[in-house]
Design a protein. Structure first.
Lengths: 556, 274, 319
């Protein structure tokens, strides 16, 4: 599938970076076995012209960060560049040795990390860190460098640009830190910046601001960039060209428009159309089987209410999606319904009768009817139990199934989640991320519940794997007539799966109703902000979205 | 699943030496060439073919004393470790699972006990208690159980907040299932290696007490006591006291090597195989 | 220095005082746990009724335990630690000189051990997984397995007996010239250093490694800083707090080591004093010395915590 020669036909003048047949290896130490070499990047070549932006995209393990860091001669955690050339400004930097790397890092190439909160040293003021590389390489005096930094803070729309440099990293919000880090990279006026998932850790309404700030800064300073991300819609906003990688090999490389409009490779096509699941909305039935009425809750007797007067209904066999950003109270709602966090006020009724507030007071039958799937499938399964035990336990516990009867049912459930009997004796550590989540789904299905609460079940997964999980959930809903309470921060997922939607903001439900109604204007200010912040795979979306906004995001 | 060829050499050495010590302790009367208290020669005779390690301060065969000493050293250390471990682990687990005032009370009490160095607290208590084996085992076991309590509580608290434990609680499982089927299997590997460390500590603590004259009382002697018996020879250039001291060090190192290996092996596995 | 920090420090000190009070109760209770009569246990079965009655009177055993505790505590607070039963001497006077001797010994052991442990820890980190690191780790593993008296007597055997460089018995007296005093404590101080060195070094190595693996160290490397500057400017400021902690914890460990080392070298310090009087079952002395040891131990822990508070930028510069 690799088409290494499919370079876009563009003139070679002003070439900044030319990576030829790059090969990167690492040594892994599997327990109890002899150490072995694995190849992370297989003969990848790329070129980047001055002032252009190349997006590197792929799922986890695609080698995109590894390739990005190779432009600085850096291998993270024992990773080695074992073949090829990295030609920057006309010379092969791999031949320069340690001294050569030090001279180019922070001067010709700078780096913006995914988590600025971790990448800034907690012991030093921001300004000292921002100008450090500039002073180190002697390209400006301290006064000049600080002036430049303040100008950059302004350009990146940071509040109080004159004084923000005096702060320490922990005194500044995540979205702002990410922009300060961009300023830090730009401050020494490098030729190339490597952006490594700079907006992935941010909330969606904050992401759009940071993205816009980065884009403006790149345009105004004429710096070239490698923009690494797993989100095609994000990279489409900032890149001139996109390179799709998979398992350390090149899949496709082309102009941004070509990649998102006319992908040539099947894999690229799958990435482009990942969100296109058709799901026709079901009309709410006559009576909901589960009603949350005026629920208010707080943690440990604290005065801060994490849920304020929340009311929602769930209808049999349908999906209610609860969307919101971190801190909106969406996961707390799940904890209140399951009885893990007894509400201070309000009730949860199930089949017309009130559910006990506390988990310990609920009869087994009520517990069976409400099952839960978690975000991190790895820690949702006991690592010391086999798949057979994990799925079999609810069968024993709720239905008293034993021996062959139970084994037969476990096998059926494994079939339903599209995994075979061969997985019966596997341990969770021996499964892939998607398989783990499937086993968790089977475990909840085993109880034959009326409702499954899905708490961010796809957010830790790569887009294609997540897509598979969503399709599976929709199929299962049709067969088993189970209802979902689907908690997520991702609006694209909501559109694919929901029948009705509740939008949460700071502990309150700000908008609630059938999907078609919630997603049709007129919107309230927050829903408008949320909807307009979800990146769309469309060139020029970012500018349109920024222009059309009515409310500033909270994480600013 | 245990393949001898895959055991690293240091761990293998540790296993062999530990086994030798244990065998010597168990079969002491059959292995030792002479009786424990039997005077068979001059004071501090040098090593010879008759007395491989020479004789001690009263003219007893040092090798025989060492073998009997292994018995008493291991016996007390094993019992004290068993006591500290069962007490500490049971209280630690229950504190983590039940929480509330029970946890607070126990934890504060342990904090208090740990704010005095163990040896000092041991000496304070031993100044009024009768010096016999039972006192020794109780004092060592109870003082050391504070460490085991801290570790097992911390491990159990970490596991108790995992999603899979929450899933079991949501399913409606009782505390029996949660402690024995969800928490215990996952807490086992840190606890097993801690068991080794606690045992080493018990050996060292016992030896120190005996060396100070507050542990095993004559005519019986553990290795620490034998160091005390023979220490006056050192200034005359007689190394008899160094032999039991070296034996303690060797036992401690062997067990350390095994514990290290157990810890590495189980933590690197993550999953359930092996 | 801002007020939240001062508040935290004040809290920590107050907590330490409460802890010390609780410890005094514990130590006092520890000497009362014997079922039956302490006087009987002290004097043995052959004691005459008169001597028993005398001793009971002397120990105040006819009062209830809590009254005896407050009486004792009142004395401690005003500097009166009571009199030793075995010798009839005033305990506070006996302790003064010995406490100074012990602190002198521990101080010089710390002066050698702390920088050495930090330097070895840094070397182990610099050559991580190389043979130097493995050698250091191996020696550390071995020496944590050695009983203190093994190290002590090996030193005596070679340095005092075979080569006769230093004395095997550390006699010190008041008014002894500094040089002679240093020579006298050479072996016990070395033994003490070896006792804590390995542990301190292992913990320092772990603390620095932890910092070296953080993302901001990578950021510094990617700015083109040299390895030395990465450590000096970015790793070190963040490693201070954990290192202070390591050092203090191990100095507290010195206190335990000092007891055995003093007995080996017959050094006139607190440890030997304590062991002597435990053997003589001299309860007032044991209580007093136990409390002094506990106070030193708790103070070191408080200093460690305060060090960690002061070195934490999040606390120094609150939001």
């Amino acid at each position: 599938m690799a088409d290494t020669k499919a370079k876009p036909g563009q003139p070679k003048q002003g070439l900044l970076l030319d990576i030829r047949n790059l090969r990167i290896e690492a040594t892994v130490y599997p327990p109890g076995e002899t150490p072995k070499n694995i190849v992370l990047v297989h003969d990848v070549s790329l070129t980047l012209e001055k002032g252009k932006v190349l997006g590197l995209i792929g799922e986890s393990g695609a080698g995109k960060s590894t390739i990005g860091l190779s432009s600085m001669g850096y291998g993270r955690g024992g990773v080695r560049i074992t073949g090829g050339e990295v030609i920057l400004n006309g010379r092969d930097i791999l031949k320069g040795g340690k001294e050569g790397f030090r001279k180019l890092r922070g001067r010709e190439v700078c780096y913006v990390a995914q988590s600025a909160a971790a990448a800034f040293n907690p012991a030093h003021r921001l300004m000292d860190q921002v100008v450090e590389a500039t002073l180190l390489h002697g390209t400006a005096t301290r006064a000049e460098a600080e002036k430049r930094a303040v100008a950059l803070f302004k350009k990146l729309s940071l509040p109080n640009p004159e004084t923000i440099g005096e702060r320490f990293p922990h005194q500044v919000s995540g979205g702002q830190l990410q922009r300060v880090m961009t300023a830090m990279a730009l401050c020494s006026e490098p030729d190339l910046i490597v952006f490594d998932e700079p907006t992935t850790a941010l909330d969606v309404t904050t992401q759009i601001d940071v993205l816009a700030a980065i884009k403006d800064a790149i345009r105004d300073t004429h710096v070239a960039a490698l923009y690494i991300t797993h989100d095609l819609a994000v990279v489409a906003q900032v890149s001139d060209e996109i390179m799709v990688l998979r398992h350390g090999r090149l899949v496709e490389w082309g102009g941004t428009r070509q990649i998102i409009k006319e992908p040539r490779q099947e894999y690229t096509n799958a990435l482009v159309s990942v969100h296109e699941i058709e799901h026709l909305e079901q009309k709410p039935g006559a009576t909901p089987f589960l009603s949350v009425k005026n629920v208010t809750a707080a943690y440990g007797g604290s005065h801060i209410k994490v849920l304020k007067n929340v009311s929602v209904d769930i209808y049999p066999g349908q999906t209610l999606a609860v969307v919101g950003e971190s801190g909106s109270g969406k996961s707390t709602l799940a904890r209140a319904i399951t009885g893990l966090l007894p509400p201070e006020e309000g009730t949860v009724t199930f089949d017309g009768r009130p559910l006990a507030n506390r988990l310990a007071d609920r009869p087994k039958e009520d517990l069976r009817q409400l099952q839960m799937i978690y975000q991190m499938a790895d820690v949702a399964m006991n690592p010391r139990q086999t798949v057979g035990t994990i799925i079999g336990r609810p069968l024993e516990f709720y239905f008293g199934m034993r021996g062959r009867e139970r084994d037969k049912r476990v096998a059926e459930l494994l079939d339903e989640i599209e995994m075979g009997k061969g997985f019966l004796d596997r341990y969770p550590a021996e499964l892939s991320g998607g398989q783990k989540q499937r086993v968790c789904i089977a475990r909840s299905l085993a109880a034959k519940p009326k409702l499954i609460i899905c708490d961010e079940v796809t957010s830790a997964l790569d887009p294609l794997v997540a897509n598979g999980i969503l399709k599976l959930l929709l199929n299962l809903q049709q067969h088993e007539k189970v209802a979902y309470l689907f908690i997520t921060h991702d609006l694209a997922t909501v559109k694919s799966i929901a029948d009705s939607i509740a939008v949460m903001y700071r502990g309150e439900v700000v908008r609630y109703g059938p999907k078609s109604k919630v997603l049709t204007p007129p919107f309230d200010a927050y829903t408008d902000l949320l909807l307009s912040s979800v990146p769309e795979m469309e060139i020029g979306w970012l500018e349109k979205a920024i222009k059309g906004r009515r409310m500033a995001s909270a994480g600013n | 699943m245990l393949d001898i060829k895959r055991i690293p050499i240091p761990a293998l050495i540790g296993i062999v030496l530990t086994t030798l010590f244990v065998l010597a302790a168990i079969f002491a009367p059959w292995i030792a060439p002479h009786g424990n208290g039997e005077i068979i020669g001059d004071v501090w005779e040098p090593m010879s073919s008759a007395h491989w390690l020479g004789t001690d301060n009263l003219g007893r065969d040092l090798l025989s004393r060492m073998i009997y000493g292994a018995r008493i050293t291991l016996f007390i250390a094993v019992l004290a470790t068993a006591l500290s471990f069962s007490l500490g682990a049971i209280l630690g687990f229950s504190a983590a699972v039940f929480g509330g005032w029970y946890d607070t009370l126990l934890s504060r009490l342990v904090d208090l006990l740990m704010s005095i160095p163990t040896l000092i607290m041991g000496l304070v208590v031993l100044s009024v208690l009768p010096t016999n084996l039972i006192t020794l085992i109780l004092v060592m076991g109870i003082l050391d159980s504070t460490r085991v309590y801290r570790l097992s509580r911390a491990v159990a608290v970490d596991i108790n907040v995992m999603d899979y434990v929450e899933a079991a609680k949501l399913r409606g499982e009782g505390s029996g299932w949660i402690i024995f089927r969800e928490i215990l299997p996952n807490a086992l590997s840190p606890l097993v290696s801690e068991l080794g460390l606690r045992f080493i500590y018990a050996v060292l603590f016992l030896s120190t007490l005996s060396f100070l004259g507050l542990g095993v009382q004559p005519p019986d002697a553990d290795w620490g006591g034998m160091v005390k018996e023979n220490k006056d020879g050192i200034v005359f250039g007689i190394g008899a006291a160094l032999i039991p001291a070296a034996a303690i060090a060797m036992l401690a190192i062997s067990v350390n090597l095994v514990a290290d290996w157990v810890l590495n092996r189980t933590t690197s596995l993550k999953g359930g195989r092996g | 220095m801002s007020s939240p920090i001062l508040k935290l420090i004040a809290q920590r000190i107050a907590l330490g005082i409460v802890l010390l009070l609780a410890v005094s109760v514990l130590i006092f209770a520890g000497t009362q746990i014997l079922p039956g009569d302490v006087a009987q246990a002290i004097l043995g079965q052959s004691a005459t009724p008169e001597s028993l009655a005398n001793l009971r009177e002397q120990l105040g055993l006819n009062d209830p335990a809590y009254i005896r505790y407050f009486h004792w505590l009142g004395g401690v607070v005003t500097g009166d630690l009571g009199t030793a039963m075995s010798s009839g001497q005033d305990i506070a006077t006996s302790i003064k000189g010995r406490l100074w001797n012990t602190l002198f010994l521990a101080f010089w052991a710390a002066v050698v051990a702390v920088p050495l442990a930090i330097i070895l820890g840094l070397i182990a980190v610099r050559y991580r997984n190389g043979w130097v690191d493995k050698l250091i780790s191996g020696l550390a593993l071995a020496s944590t397995s050695f009983p203190e008296f093994f190290i002590g007597y090996v030193l005596v055997y070679f340095f005092a007996v075979k080569w006769q460089i230093f004395p095997g018995i550390s006699t010190v007296y008041e008014g002894m010239p500094f040089g002679e005093r240093m020579q006298a404590i050479a072996l016990p101080a070395t033994a003490l250093t070896l006792v804590v060195l390995a542990h301190m070094m292992r913990m320092t190595r772990a603390a620095i490694l932890n910092v070296m693996q953080s993302a901001y160290v990578e950021t510094a490397e990617l700015k083109g800083l040299s390895a030395f500057n990465v450590i000096r400017k970015h790793a070190f400021p963040n490693a201070i707090a954990p290192i202070i902690n390591v050092v203090m914890l191990n100095l507290a460990y010195l206190i335990v080591g000092v007891v055995v080392v003093e007995v080996i070298f017959v050094y006139p310090g607190m440890g030997q004093y304590l062991v002597d009087h435990v053997t003589k079952r001299d309860v007032p002395v044991v209580q007093a010395v136990g409390l002094v040891f506990a106070a030193v131990y708790i103070s070191l822990n408080i200093i460690a915590d305060i060090g960690a508070i002061v070195a934490n930028p999040r606390l120094r510069h609150p939001k």
